[in-house]
Design a protein around this ligand. Structure first.
Ligand SMILES: Nc1ncnc2c1ncn2[C@@H]1O[C@H](COP(=O)(O)OP(=O)(O)O)[C@@H](O)[C@H]1O
Ligand SMILES: [Mg+2]
Length: 253
């Protein structure tokens, strides 16, 4: 399996205070990794370090995408954890999704007919065609979340990072979105941060528990004992018909 990135013994934090320690794992082409852990445990920091947006104190993140930074950018999709209350800018839904295709060639709005058509398709997939000319500021939180998901996937990246994508969307779209991610995982690696893996536990192939110390777990079945060792309090996970382990919230030390 082709390796996309490697995280080697990474520690990181802010103002010399460590937030994550001992992160050691890699991400390959077919992976679907679920990152779990308590609030403030360091999940978002870990994603930012993987994406090169935050410099680690020690250790290294190594990418195996093509060397050309421009094409590498197109190969990574990222849905950040955002406070949507701050978004008031007068840009249309269509333009936000299309901005996921931006490159020096089309920064001035020179997009091909094919690219525009592809944006329309993504909007359709997300059930947002009707609102494509609306200004972002007019949308509900869940609608904005869909638009940013569209922006993250429109370039058809090799790897897609999602930081708590279920926060603002309703239950119905959340389950639609997870089905969509399952399909996308047929041709892209997915790294998903969520406080609740319940709905997607059967899609996930491996789990990372982040509670300052980072534990990689190479399967989607994880025992209570392991969670206790990881000191990772999480919600119940069931796997439907798949042979499964039920994860209970365990006591924090
Ligand atoms: N920009 C920052 N400056 C200082 N501290 C930060 C910053 N971002 C996050 N932190 C702190 O780092 C810790 C981990 O945060 P974060 O990675 O956002 O956790 P999670 O995503 O698991 O909730 C928290 O204690 C948070 O307050
Ligand atoms: Mg976070």
């Amino acid at each position: 399996m082709t390796k996309l990135l490697e995280v080697n013994d990474v520690s990181a934090g802010y103002h010399r205070e460590p937030v994550i320690e001992k992160a050691c794992f890699s991400v390959s082409q077919d992976d679907f990794i679920g990152i779990i852990g308590p609030n403030g445990g360091g999940k978002t920091t870990l994603l930012k370090v993987m994406l090169g947006l935050h410099k680690p104190f020690s250790g290294m993140v190594k990418w195996f995408l093509e060397d050309n930074p421009q094409s590498a950018r197109q190969k990574i999709g990222y849905l950040p954890q955002i406070n949507f209350f701050d978004i008031r800018f007068p840009i249309s839904v269509f333009d936000v999704v299309r901005s996921g295709l931006a490159s020096p060639d089309n920064l001035r709005g020179r997009f091909s007919r094919k690219q525009n058509h592809h944006v329309e398709e993504v909007l359709r997939l997300l059930g947002m065609s009707r609102l494509k000319n609306k200004s972002m500021g007019m949308l509900s939180g869940g609608e904005k979340q869909r638009v940013f998901l569209g922006r993250a996937i429109v370039s058809n990246p090799d790897i897609l990072f999602l930081d708590e994508p279920g926060t603002y969307v309703d239950h119905e779209f959340e389950s639609e979105m997870y089905d969509m991610l399952k399909n996308l995982n047929q041709h892209m690696a997915i790294v998903l941060v969520s406080h609740d893996l319940g709905m997607i536990s059967s899609y996930i192939k491996s789990i990372i528990c982040v509670n300052r110390v980072v534990h990689y777990h190479a399967s989607n079945i994880i025992s209570n004992e392991q969670l206790t060792t990881y000191n990772c309090p999480i919600q119940l996970i069931t796997h439907g018909d798949v042979p499964h382990t039920v994860l209970n919230k365990h006591t924090q030390r």
